[in-house]
Design a binder for this molecule. Structure first.
Ligand SMILES: Cc1ncc(COP(=O)(O)O)c(C=O)c1O
Length: 412
């Protein structure tokens, strides 16, 4: 069957105003990178987040922000960082590149994010940092996790790549940690033309280094010069944080993307609210289908970047559901976030060991519905009816298969 609802790689349609803003930036931006639109986006973002001015910095993507976060950890040999196994790979590997050893924390089966308890369980004397991922757009219990990290003197990094605008206790995801990152990738609720990111750094000394780290170590000369071209147009220096040398890169985001990002901040709360309302309606309409266990959160704590459910009948039933939705109804659901310890990459590096039964259980029986913002209301209704329809049929077939196998087991 023709694919009617793909798991689209693009989250949103831009408004005419947003398109005009891009066109205007294309006409007027000078330079085309690191100019007034970058400063505007960073200032507006800090304001949106409720964090001090001068603490948020645009990056070319979320991974670049994680690369800088990892450097700021300044791992020594043997240092560990705690991270959920159930996340996207870019949450983790930058910290390994910078010398950290990952220790996998389990998720809560209902919320699909780590908890204070699941982190505490895997802390050791070697733990230096904790990376919390607000996966699917739901903010973990940050007040409790902040308290734990303060008690144990641990660096707290928030991966809020999927959670822009989500809140707990009136505070935004990504405003709790020492460092946090955001992604404006094509899939995200706010996307700056496919790539983009932001890093928040709380420590002013570290924040001061980000422009250098982000842009080849470029910085201003610290002494007055007679000629602006001598000894060079600008200086290149070695960024140092409390005596530790850091290495720069070029991780900047262009001006057009920044202009659009600043503009889109005006609409992100509406996008999130619309996605949330749609998710709640979808979940409620399937409330009489016990095979699907959604995480229903009717508050700003969830932005429903993605709409996922655990299939309570297990992996085999899940696979039948996915296959039928795809082959018979043309709906492309997907399965996401294989626990990282199960990827070849992490196995080859020696990080295959994890005690994360919830992450394994969830991944093995999860389903992620297409849920990009630009999905039409008729598509959502179609997906709802199709899901009900397939579930009804599978349920009947499943029940008779289960009773048949019980019967054959009890018959000698
Ligand atoms: C949880 C998570 N962390 C990190 C990233 C990396 O962001 P980017 O793709 O912008 O590099 C993503 C997404 O793409 C993500 O979903």
């Amino acid at each position: 069957m023709e694919r009617r609802i793909p798991f689209s790689g693009r989250s949103i349609d831009y408004t005419e105003e947003e398109i005009a803003c891009v066109v205007s930036a294309m006409r007027t931006a000078d330079p085309l990178t690191q100019g007034r639109y970058m400063r505007e986006f960073e200032e507006k973002f800090a304001n949106y987040q409720g964090v001090p001015s001068g603490t948020c910095f645009t990056t070319c993507n979320g991974c670049a922000a994680l690369e800088m976060s990892a450097q700021l950890c300044r791992f020594q040999p043997g240092d560990e960082f705690v991270i959920p196994s159930h996340t996207f790979t870019a949450s983790c590997y930058p910290f390994i590149k910078k010398g950290g050893t990952p220790v996998w924390a389990d998720i809560d089966l209902a919320t699909r994010v780590v908890t204070r308890e699941s982190i505490e369980r895997v802390l050791t004397k070697k733990t230096k940092a904790v990376v919390v991922v607000h996966l699917y757009g739901y903010v973990a219990d940050m007040p409790a996790i902040v308290a734990l990290c303060r008690e144990r003197n641990l660096l707290l990094i928030e991966d809020a790549a999927q959670a822009i605008g989500s809140e707990v206790d009136g505070k935004k995801a990504g405003s709790f940690g020492d460092i946090s990152i955001f992604s404006f990738h094509s899939h995200k609720n706010l996307t700056t033309l496919g790539e983009g990111g932001m890093i928040f750094v709380r420590d002013p000394k570290a924040a001061e280094l980000i422009p250098m780290l982000r842009h080849n170590g470029h910085c201003a000369y610290t002494y007055p010069r007679e000629d602006y071209w001598k000894p060079a147009m600008g200086n290149v220096d070695l960024p140092e944080l409390d005596g530790t040398r850091l290495m720069p890169n070029n991780l900047c985001l262009g001006e057009i993307e920044c202009a659009l990002g600043a503009k889109m901040l005006e609409r992100i709360d509406t996008i999130n609210a619309e996605k949330r309302a749609r998710a709640i309606a979808f979940i409620d309409a399937l409330a009489d289908c016990p095979e699907l266990e959604f995480h229903r959160v009717d508050s700003r704590r969830h932005n429903y970047h993605l709409l996922v459910a655990r299939v309570t009948e297990g992996p085999d039933f899940r696979d039948r559901l996915l296959r039928a939705l795809h082959d018979e109804k043309g709906i492309q659901c997907v399965v996401q976030y294989i626990p990282l310890n199960r990827y070849d990459f992490y196995k080859k590096l020696g990080f295959a060991q994890a005690n994360c039964p919830n992450a394994d259980t969830f991944f093995d029986s999860m389903i992620s519905f297409p849920f990009h913002h630009r999905l039409g209301e008729d598509d959502v209704q179609y997906m709802l009816e199709a899901t009900r329809d397939i579930l009804r049929r599978l349920r009947t077939a499943w029940k008779s298969a289960v009773s048949l196998s019980r019967h054959s087991k009890s018959t000698p």
